[in-house]
Design a protein around this ligand. Sequence first.
Ligand code: G3P
Ligand code: MG
Length: 241
Amino acid sequence: MSLPRIIAHRCGGALAPENTLAGLLIAARIGCRGVEFDVMLTADGVPVLMHDETLARTTDRQGRLAVLSLAELSNVNAGCRHHPAFAVSPVPTFQSALALCADLGLWANVEIKPASGHEAATGRIVAEQLAASPMAGAAMLSSFSPVALAAAVSAQPALPRALLVEHVPANWSEAVRQAGATAIHCAARHLSPETAAAIACTGLRLACYTVNRCEEADALFSTGVSALFTDRPDLWLPAEM
Ligand code: G3P
Ligand code: MG
């Protein structure tokens, strides 16, 4: 199976509350073959889907995720800031998201998103759970935290991983080699056509975030970009994804 070109950002993009199982279901329903989500540890070391260190933007609670146990998190609603159809959407565990991706046939980019001070533990635990899951052969790790990614690689060296950066560094070739990465994930707004073409020439996979317009997507694909993270996967037909 070819890797997906269109990757639903934070599970389902803007079509569902971010980083929820509802997002995975919608992504699959519209024909998306790939999803991205962010993974952070609870206070008792359980990886769950969450982007921000604090709960206020996406849930009905305040405060930091990293001080709550999984049991304390069980009543937190991650659906309250979206359409009423998603009125109650729990914060999913990483394991439940992996199981649903496997059931739905989705490829996953697992972005390790450690809370500050928990980088190494998050990388290690996420890698161990992914390697033991049915998604081990259909997923790729990434992290803005070099410490978290290094810990993941140390725990499970065989898992594919991407170098995740905002700006592609001048020494990207060396950075990719050091990380043992097979892909670069970067911000679309900072990527020049020349850099995209140079990366594409090497055969590395190049994926850009976050692209929500078809014209921008077409321009990026024409420079050699392989895939896009989008909040609007509904802009593409299943055959284009
Ligand atoms: O992994 C790609 C993208 O998700 C990175 O940005 O902040 O949405 O996690 P962010
Ligand atoms: Mg992310």
